[in-house]
Design a protein around this ligand. Structure first.
Ligand code: SER
Length: 316
């Protein structure tokens, strides 16, 4: 079995992706790598490496020496955090990608997954059912880095035959680990407050619709894209991907079906401008056509699962 590494394994996507990949490929073949000194409990069932993606020589040596052939590069700063530290966000989001793309160019690795985001779109993009190919003028550091990254992925594929694959993830909803630093994260935080019986103060307006997806769908999409035959993966920038779309008000009302006393109020901050610049819904027909993507979870299904599984101990 070829060796796989997930860099940024302790994050919201990484934690669940590592577990799923280990189930599929055998725990010993999937290395979790992250900045943390100690491997979190959830990932202790397989190898762990403390790795700083910005330490290029360490990353190169580790990947070459261990004959790792598949890389999932998830380490990044998300939209809201990136706005607070633009220089570092640009450095982290771009340099890590180059380190891995170069390893692909040199044929040390066979396959790369690198996540893009709905943040590649901007205020001039059509916001309803946003097409795969459209105006892209992102107004956040995070979005600029993701759009630049997409162009570099396509370039390395075209010029050097690097097998790199990517998805423009919508906001991701999960309960196994806490998200951090995203504009869509209200849609996870809200469940913790609801379960603590605390009123939720949302940093977006009640009618801010954004594309969202339950993590199980996102992980399945990632693995399906990586498993697709090379020739089916026709888009080498990143695929649009859609799950469901909702507003804070709609989400709160779904939650009230389970917790009728749940209260929400709205105090928009700087993240409102980011949300306003992103799509409300996404056209993902290319992913459906090229590698048969289909979502499984609707808003009400994901709310049901979140209400039953969110564990407020994670907040400690
Ligand atoms: N969920 C991400 C964010 O809000 C978007 O990719 O930053």
């Amino acid at each position: 079995m070829l060796k796989t590494i997930v860099i940024g394994a302790c994050g919201q996507i990484g934690t669940e992706l590592v577990l799923k990949l280990r189930e599929k490929k055998g725990a010993e073949n999937v290395i979790a790598a992250d900045l943390k000194d100690n491997c979190p409990e959830a990932l202790r069932g397989g190898p762990y490496c403390k790795m700083d993606i910005l330490d290029e020589s360490f990353v190169r040596e580790y990947i070459i020496k261990n004959e790792i052939k598949e890389v999932y590069l998830l380490a990044a700063l998300l939209s809201a955090t990136a706005e607070k530290n633009p220089d570092f966000a640009w450095k982290l989001n771009m340099e890590g990608l180059f380190t891995i793309l170069k390893l692909g160019k040199e044929k040390h690795i066979d396959k790369i997954f690198w996540p893009s985001s709905i943040a590649v779109f901007g205020p001039t993009t059509p916001r309803d059912n946003t097409p795969q190919y459209t105006v892209m003028e992102p107004s956040t550091v995070y979005g600029i880095s993701k759009l630049a990254g997409e162009r570099w992925c396509e370039y390395y594929h075209a010029k050097f035959d690097v097998d790199v694959r990517s998805i423009r993830y919508p906001g991701l909803i999960s309960y196994t680990s806490l998200p951090g630093g995203g504009t869509t994260d209200y849609a996870v935080d809200i469940f913790y407050q609801a379960k603590l019986n605390v009123p939720y103060v949302c940093y977006l307006k009640e009618d801010s619709s954004m594309p969202m997806m339950f993590m199980e769908d996102a992980i399945r999409a990632t693995i399906e894209l990586m498993d697709a035959p090379k020739e089916s993966v026709k888009i080498r920038s990143a695929y649009n991907l859609s799950g469901c779309s909702f507003t804070p008000k709609e989400l709160a009302s779904e939650i009230q079906n389970y917790i009728p006393d749940f209260k929400i109020s709205y105090a928009p901050d700087f993240r409102q401008a980011i949300a306003d610049s992103w799509p409300k819904s996404i056209d993902d027909s290319a992913a459906r056509k090229d590698w048969s993507w289909k979502e499984n979870f609707s808003t009400s299904e994901l709310v049901k699962i979140m209400i039953h599984n969110v564990n407020t101990d994670l907040l400690k």
